[in-house]
Design a protein around this ligand. Sequence first.
Ligand code: MG
Length: 368
Amino acid sequence: MHITRITIWHLDLPLHKPYWLSGGRLKFEELDTTILRIDTDEGVSGWGEGCPWGVTYLPAFGKGIRAGLQELSPLLIGKDPRRLDDINRTLDLALPGHPYIKAALDMACWDILGKSAGMPVCDLLGAREPAPVPIASSVSTGTPDEMLAEVERFRALGYRVHSCKVGADVHLDIKRINHLAENERDGEIIFYDANRAWLPREAITVMNAISGITSWFEQPCETLEEIAQVRRLTSHPIGVDEALHTYNDLVRIQADGIAEIVNIKINRVGGLTKARRLRDFCLATGITMLIMDTGGTVLSDTAVAHFAQSIPPVSCLGVWSCQEMVSVDPAPGQGVRNVEGCFLAPAAPGLGVEPEEKLLGEAVAVYS
Ligand code: MG
């Protein structure tokens, strides 16, 4: 089997409502996603998606994905898409770094591998865990009451895990967290994500002022150095999200005892193949995971669900549903959908979701 053609589409994904994070520093109203299809000589095709969370969240942006695909796509023509390590070595040799550009290509190759093997991607990744995976909400920064109202809205959708965005004024953050923690229900997890907004002084002040919560603080500061400083002077579990890009980052997080939890975002780390290495290191060293993507439609959400469902539930606390926040759906009725606050990866071979071409509009590039 070999790759004969790669077709690229660009979609704008308006959010249902503006979204603030990092203590209100960063506002988002629309995402820019890239969807692609890889065709093969045997008639099997695979779909992939890459969608940064705007242009200010990470060193990644939508136009960058399409510029990178212009460099990389021609190099995959003629390659066997089922040989994932060969595909990834080809991409890394041709364009060092830039992991977010490569994730959609890798995703589409996994879809093809699954379809050609007659197995869903979660089984190819090791084995499907039977339990559906809880979806974590993403609660925009606001006043304590606004944030609790948003948690209530997600509760009504069945969510039991809530990622609440903090990271602004120290005194207001303490009020926000105490208010949410006081209203946490049995069986719920509410964790607090600063999206790297705090300086170490601020993180240490807030975290040490909060007692009695049973969850963790995610990405309190910008860098691993700053988070290590916070780690030494606080006692709550800490999660690393935006500062985890590579396998070496993860080795350092573990070796230096910087965090007990990591949030693996498929797009940020370069795709399912590289995420799998991170997963295995976490399982071997007792690091707890959340599995998400940086944005996207039901296509990205479905890839995330397959990956998360290859992890024992005790080590995977949740996924995220970006589809819930965007107003465009290129594959109606397909892929993972919220059922009582959980995702269940499809049983069909591959990813189990195929966007409808008429909903994608004109392709922006074709490589053959
Ligand atoms: Mg986060």
